[in-house]
Design a protein around this ligand. Structure first.
Ligand code: KQY
Length: 366
């Protein structure tokens, strides 16, 4: 498909808010044994449930490596499209295309460089070459034009757009050594605005405590609609998460968005700390170059890592008293949508959650 060397904003394109209408949702099948315990078997069951839940609201495509094609096809319902596509792991939020739209409803893909969350500095696995080709292949399959950035590293989970001129990121991630160390904060702001069709970037400080992605924004804060955000929160001042969330709250309270609006901020309480068990550690292959999973390590659990589908929300559950609170918060924030909560510990064990394993394809319709 056509590769554009111009920039989306100059061409009249913007990244819609996730709450805008979608044509589809994309997911990649989990299997690598150095990230997913038991060769991905427990995670695969949960990915099937996530795919089925989203597929009730919008069509899901599952991408899968050749050696898992038959298994995935057999485990998924017939109305979920399964396409063989080489990949290194299953984080399509991060390696997949970021779709942008124009006022005429045309959709194109932005194809950032992907280096597994930090390349040789602090990346989470090696190599990542197949993941870096996923966005281009998505654009080809969908016959969408593509903007490729060979010299700018970014993951989709490190940005949120309100679709109305404002993008939100964290300094911890976008200024990290393993992404774009030669660019200043101002230069990165310019790239984000140019490629996401935005006028303002809100820079939060840090993401969820111990998030292995260098603090992706999609685990700590997201837009409900233009002018309204959900922020991961705890009242426990002895938890390191408190200071992180409080610092971000102060930033959000003292900023305006691209349209000059003060933000309405809703707190979304995190679950109690969740740690890796011995059995879970033992289920993961220890491989040089892949982040190890060790008993007792705290996982970066947050309900903010939910997916907004047409008419629905799919949110992680952790078997925690705050699960119900998260559902109630979402019901309040998204009155027209059905809230579906799924047990998500197996996704969390891989280093992310529902939002990280999904990628929306907007329709271009509001
Ligand atoms: O977006 C994410 N949270 C992905 C995390 C990658 C984990 C690889 N082990």
């Amino acid at each position: 498909m056509k590769n554009y060397t111009s920039k989306p904003k100059a061409d009249g394109f913007r990244m819609p808010g996730e709450f805008e209408h979608h044509d589809a949702c994309w997911i990649i099948w989990p299997q690598r044994p150095d990230n997913w315990r038991m060769g991905g078997k427990p995670a695969q069951k949960v990915f099937v449930e996530v795919a089925k839940a989203i597929n009730k609201f919008e069509p899901v495509t599952m991408l899968v490596n050749e050696d898992q094609y038959e298994n995935a096809r057999g485990m998924l319902p017939e109305d979920i499209r399964v396409i063989e596509m080489s990949n290194n792991d299953s984080w399509i939020r991060d390696c997949g295309a970021t779709f942008v739209v124009n006022d005429a409803g045309e959709v194109r893909g932005v194809d950032w460089s992907f280096n597994a969350w930090g390349g040789l500095v602090d990346g989470l696995y090696f190599p990542w070459d197949k993941d870096d080709e996923v966005a281009a292949k998505m654009c080809d399959i969908e016959r969408k034009g593509r903007y490729r950035l060979d010299d700018f590293v970014l993951e989709g989970g490190s940005i949120h757009s309100d679709g109305d001129g404002t993008v939100m990121v964290t300094e911890e991630c976008l200024l990290s050594e393993g992404r774009n160390p030669d660019l200043t904060k101002e230069e990165i702001t310019e790239v984000l605005c140019d490629y996401l069709g935005a006028d303002k970037v809100i820079w939060l400080k840090n993401g969820i405590y111990l998030d292995e992605t260098n603090g992706h924004v999609d685990n700590i804060c997201c837009f409900v609609k233009p002018g309204k955000v959900l922020l991961a929160w705890t009242d426990d001042e002895s938890d390191p998460q408190y200071a992180i969330s409080k610092e971000n709250l102060d930033i959000l309270e003292n900023t305006t968005d691209a349209k000059g609006r003060k933000l309405e901020i809703v707190k979304m309480y995190v679950p109690s700390p969740i740690t890796i068990t011995k059995a879970e550690e033992e289920g993961v292959d220890a491989v040089d170059g892949t982040l190890p999973r060790l008993e007792g390590d705290r996982l970066a659990a947050s309900y903010v890592n939910f997916y907004i589908a047409n008419g629905g929300i799919v949110v992680p559950g952790f078997d925690d008293p705050n699960d119900a609170k998260a559902v109630a918060t979402l019901k309040d924030c998204f009155p027209g949508r059905e809230i579906v909560q799924l047990p998500a510990r197996e996704i969390l064990l891989g280093g992310g959650n529902v939002h990280c394993i999904t990628q929306q394809q907007p329709s271009g319709k509001k």
